[in-house]
Design a protein. Structure first.
Length: 57
């Protein structure tokens, strides 16, 4: 289960991206998360996925 709070979700996703080294699409697929919904939720706190850094910034 992923956190519902956007700030906790940000931390959770960046941790997973860092530890597993997968890109956002692969990670969302593995976690069965809707990527567009995730990105929209984190955009609400002004964080966006940076593919070069492989993290939300």
């Amino acid at each position: 289960m992923i956190p519902k709070d956007p700030v906790m979700l940000l931390s959770f996703m960046n941790l997973k991206l860092r530890d597993y080294g997968k890109n956002l699409g692969e990670l969302c697929e593995d976690l069965d998360i809707d990527q567009a919904e995730l990105e929209e939720k984190l955009a609400g706190i002004d964080y966006h996925y940076d593919g070069e850094r492989n993290q939300f910034v």
